[in-house]
Write a protein that binds this ligand. Structure first.
Ligand code: NDP
Ligand code: MG
Length: 389
């Protein structure tokens, strides 16, 4: 039986992961499940999957979690140290699906077990790609991409080194506001930006899809995970979300990864890797699909892509700055403190403000403390820029 832990179990990716595990419960033993404020769901998951321990990130949620688990024999814990301990419990396969930089430290801890980390938390690679990959190497751990585009690239490479790729193309649906006239974007509400045309995901990544910050993060993720130079990584708008990634080889041949817009494919691929298991996603019917279309993204409309290229160029801790400012701007948008189009302005202002900072111009593999400091500086710079809007 493989021992499984799910960090961020109560979220969209976490629920899909447990859905797959529950279908094959004889093969898996659930060790640790972690969540945030959704205590009812966390307790229900822990009972249903007979987890050893359930952990909430928030100390004040512990009494509720204890009450919900009473009589079950399942341990309950709370807080940052407990999250790290949960990630440290021996497990063969750990899903990293906490949203935001909060997922970085638990993911790093899981890697130190030298087993397999299924990585949905793209922020880990954006903020600290070199640290994450060096930690995996140092402990002999495997990192498997779960983001659909990166799972697609991984699958299209079919075991070949990424150096064999002449180019990599990742696709973007364009998000909820793809077809809006540009002048309306500034007035888009949280609800409008949070309705994804194709994918059912958490609120934050759904809004990031509308700004294309999600795709911007994925450009950086591709660069960090596969070590592919930025000038060989492209993003195209593909409204149908059927082709997730395309790898082009030096002989001109291209291998594309296709699938339905259901994250259980990429999760299931990582769960069964290196074998291929049964995954209950819809089977595409090509006779009914109709046209698959592609077009260049308008970088004037979606400045996030340009900012991602700046990050890949600058290296160091600029990814942590980019992400920290983006998280702060997204918080402010969700709280209705700033408008939709302000988010990119705020991130760019924070990046500009910190571009000369020695705390950010770090060339060696940064450690977690440096990443956290850059994240904090970025959030402060973002707040200053929002105050000046
Ligand atoms: P959700 O918002 O649905 O879930 C996030 C999870 O993280 C929940 O379990 C939440 O707990 C927990 N959480 C939130 N804040 C904290 C915190 N500060 N500390 C610890 N745990 C916390 O997100 P998604 O499932 O959509 O996304 C998860 C990750 O996967 C993200 O990095 C995202 O970019 C990535 N991803 C997601 C895809 C998708 O289809 N959803 C596709 C590709 C990548 P609670 O809800 O209980 O508060
Ligand atoms: Mg993706």
């Amino acid at each position: 039986m493989r021992r499984i832990s799910v960090l961020g179990a109560t979220g969209s990716i976490g629920c899909s992961t447990l859905d797959l595990i529950g279908r094959d419960s004889g093969a898996f033993r659930v060790v640790a499940l972690t969540g945030g404020r959704n205590i009812a769901r966390l307790a229900d998951q822990a009972r249903r999957h007979r987890a050893e321990i359930a952990v909430t990130a928030h100390d004040e949620c512990l009494p509720d979690l204890r009450a919900a688990l009473s009589g079950s024999g399942i341990e309950a814990a709370a807080g940052q140290a407990a999250l790290i301990e949960a990630a440290d419990r021996p497990a063969d396969w750990t899903m990293s699906a906490i949203v935001g930089i909060a997922g970085l430290a638990p993911g790093l801890q899981a890697l130190r077990q030298g087993k397999t980390l299924a990585l949905a938390n793209k922020e880990s690679l954006v903020c600290a790609g070199p640290l994450l990959m060096a930690t995996a190497r140092a402990h002999g751990a495997d990192v498997l991409p779960v983001d659909s585009e990166h799972s697609g690239i991984f699958q299209a490479l079919a075991g070949q080194d990424a150096g064999a790729a002449e180019r990599v193309v990742i696709t973007a649906s364009g998000g909820a506001l793809r077809d809006w006239p540009q002048e309306r974007l500034a007035h888009a509400t949280v609800e409008e930006a949070g309705r994804h045309p194709n994918w059912d995901m958490g609120q934050r990544i759904t809004i990031d899809s509308a700004t294309l910050f999600n795709k911007a993060m994925e450009l950086i993720e591709t660069h960090e995970y596969f070590g592919i130079p930025p000038d060989r990584i492209e993003a195209v708008i593909h409204p149908e979300s059927i082709v997730h990634a395309i790898v082009g080889f030096r002989d001109g041949g291209l291998l594309a990864h296709l699938g339905p817009a259901d994250m259980r494919h990429a999760i299931g691929y990582a769960l069964h890797w290196p074998a291929r298991g049964d995954v209950p996603v819809e089977r595409l019917d090509f006779a009914r699909l109709g046209a698959l279309t592609f077009r260049a993204p308008d970088e004037g409309r979606w400045p996030a892509l340009r900012l991602a290229r700046q990050v890949m160029q600058a290296g160091g801790l600029s990814g942590a700055v980019f992400n920290g400012a983006k998280e702060a701007a997204l918080d402010a948008f969700i709280a209705r403190r700033i408008g939709f189009s302000d988010m990119a302005r705020v991130v760019e202002a924070a990046m500009d403000a910190l571009s000369g900072s020695t705390a950010v111009a770090h060339n060696a593999v940064p450690d977690l403390e440096n990443v956290r400091r850059a994240d904090q500086l970025a959030r402060q710079a973002a707040e200053r820029s929002m105050a000046a809007l």
